[in-house]
Each structure stands twice: as structure tokens, then as C-alpha cells.
Design a protein around this ligand. Structure first.
Ligand code: NAP
Length: 253
């Protein structure tokens, strides 16, 4: 029987590249996201290689998450790897200037959505046991503060701590837990963050060498296919051309 990977946010960026990477290695795919046409297109592309099940799903809806998992068809139920990838950043402005709804959307998606999926799939992953994994996409923003990071960074700090705490509870089950924390990567991430400003997105990535979605997919695949006895707790990956800045100081004018 094929290994099964369950990917949230498979319609774009890291999630879509991860679907392609696991398909290359012969895994069966459960692909989820809100944009149905994109899921259909990916299924069309990959189902010549491997079995593919798609489910249109908003991870914020706990009941819908439970239903999608309860209704997984034969051949897709024994999930070996969960890739908790669905997420977003909004409102790059300073905290005092942002819309509260944007904070709620980030918390609802990156925190509540991620725990909805994890909670619903835990029994299946524990049943799989040895070699199973929960791979959640955190961010360097969860570890390193920066202006405009406010709630986005805080949601990714949650991903890190939740992953460590899960490891404590899952000890003895064989299920591994990893927080993969990427730095700057060129996907639709900045287009979403700027609410559709293609120019701002292009400008951010221009003249440097960001990570690609395929780079992160490769790291996800690596973590999922390590020997059963190895658990990578946290994997922080940055482009070579990205690093930290000095502290900012408020000075008298
Ligand atoms: N790109 C970066 O620089 C970077 C760096 C560090 C971490 N990350 C994290 O990496 C993950 C993937 O981001 P990406 O860079 O690949 O961005 P992306 O290209 O915008 O992809 C985000 C994915 O999340 C899905 N998604 C968003 N809200 C959702 C919801 N409510 N329910 C279900 N799916 C939802 C989107 O699908 P639908 O819109 O179709 O639902 C899409 O497939 C995110 O968690 C992000 O925070 C990104």
C-alpha cells in the first residue's frame, strides 16, 4: 500500500510544490485548500503518477475538517504524513495601523486552522505509528521579531511551541513532529499579504535570491522520509542572501 500524505494549502506555493515532490516519490496524495479549480488542475496533473484525493476545505471550519477526514476514501485513510502548510500573513503595517479583522484572520487560519486539522488527524497518525509525521510550517517570524510582524510572528511562535509540546505527548507512539521555519520564499505569500499588490510582491523579491517553493518542498520531503528513529524538532531555512539586522534605536531628533 502507498504511503499517504495529507497537505493543507495545496493550491499554491509550498503546498503545491510539496504535492509534486511526494508524487514524484510515489506517495498517495490528499490535497486540500479553498480554491477548488486549482485542486482539480493539480489532480489532473498528478493522478497519472499516483492516487490523488482532493477536498475543498477551509481549515478554519472545524466541522468541515472533521468531515473531510471522516470521509477519506479507502486507500487514503492511513495517513503517514500531515503537512500543516495552509497559512497566511496580512497587514504588513505597524500594529497600531492595522485592521483587527486581519489579526483575527491570521489567528483563525495559522493557529485555529492548524489545530483543527492536527486534532482530527491525530488518531489516524497514531494508528500509523512508526514513521508517521506531523510537519508544520512555521516561519523565521516565529523566532525573530521584525517591524510589522506583530500577530503573524506570534502565530508562528505558536506553531513552534505547539510542535514541541506535541512531541512530549506523542512520545512512545512513533509519531514525529517538526516545525519547518522558512525565511523569505517567493510564492503568492506577499501577494496575499499586500491584498493583491503584484508590484509590491515583485519588488520584495527583485535583485536578490529568495527560496523557492521547491526548496521548501524538498525539506518537507526530507523530514518525512528520514529513518523512523530520527525526529527533526525544528528546521530553520533561510536564503543565503537573507540575514538579521542590528537593533533599532529610538534617538532624540
Ligand atoms: N513564502 C514565505 O516567505 C513564507 C515564509 C515562512 C513561512 N511561510 C508559511 O508557509 C505556508 C505556505 O505559504 P506560501 O508561501 O506557500 O504562500 P501561498 O502561495 O499564498 O500559499 C498559501 C496556501 O495556504 C492556503 N490557505 C490560506 N488560507 C486557508 C484557509 N483558510 N483554509 C485552507 N487553506 C488556506 C492557500 O489556499 P487557498 O487560498 O486555495 O485556500 C494556499 O494554498 C504558510 O503557512 C506561510 O505562513 C511562508
Amino acid at each position: 500500500m502507498n504511503n499517504v500524505v495529507f497537505i493543507t494549502g495545496a493550491t499554491s506555493g509550498f503546498g503545491r510544490a510539496t504535492a509534486r515532490r511526494f508524487a514524484e516519490a510515489g506517495w498517495s496524495l490528499v490535497l486540500t485548500g479553498r480554491r477548488h479549480e486549482r485542486l482539480e488542475a493539480l489532480k489532473e496533473e498528478l493522478s497519472a503518477k499516483v492516487p490523488v484525493h482532493i477536498a475543498t476545505l477551509d481549515v478554519r471550519d472545524a466541522e468541515a475538517v472533521k468531515q473531510v477526514i471522516a470521509e477519506l476514501p479507502e486507500g487514503f485513510r492511513q495517513v503517514k504524513s500531515l503537512v500543516n502548510n495552509a497559512g497566511l500573513a496580512l497587514a504588513p503595517e505597524p500594529a497600531q495601523n492595522v485592521d483587527l479583522n486581519d489579526w483575527h484572520t491570521m489567528i483563525d487560519t495559522n493557529v485555529t486552522g492548524l489545530v483543527n486539522v492536527t486534532h482530527a488527524l491525530l488518531p489516524r497518525l497514531i494508528e500509523t505509528g512508526k514513521g508517521a509525521s506531523i510537519i508544520s510550517i512555521g516561519s523565521v517570524a516565529g523566532h525573530w521579531p521584525y517591524p510589522g510582524g506583530h500577530v503573524y510572528g506570534a502565530t508562528k511562535a505558536f506553531v513552534e511551541q505547539f510542535s514541541y509540546n506535541l512531541r512530549c505527548d506523542l512520545l512512545g507512539t512513533g509519531v514525529r513532529v517538526t516545525d519547518i521555519a522558512p525565511g523569505m520564499a517567493e510564492t503568492e505569500f506577499t501577494l496575499v499579504r499586500t491584498k493583491g499588490n503584484q508590484e509590491a510582491s515583485d519588488k520584495l523579491y527583485r535583485g536578490t535570491t529568495p527560496l523557492t517553493a521547491e526548496d521548501i518542498a524538498e525539506q518537507i520531503f526530507y523530514v518525512a522520509t528520514l529513518p523512523d528513529h530520527i525526529n527533526i524538532n525544528r528546521l530553520e531555512v533561510m536564503p543565503t542572501r537573507q540575514a538579521w539586522s542590528p537593533f533599532n534605536i529610538d534617538r532624540d531628533k
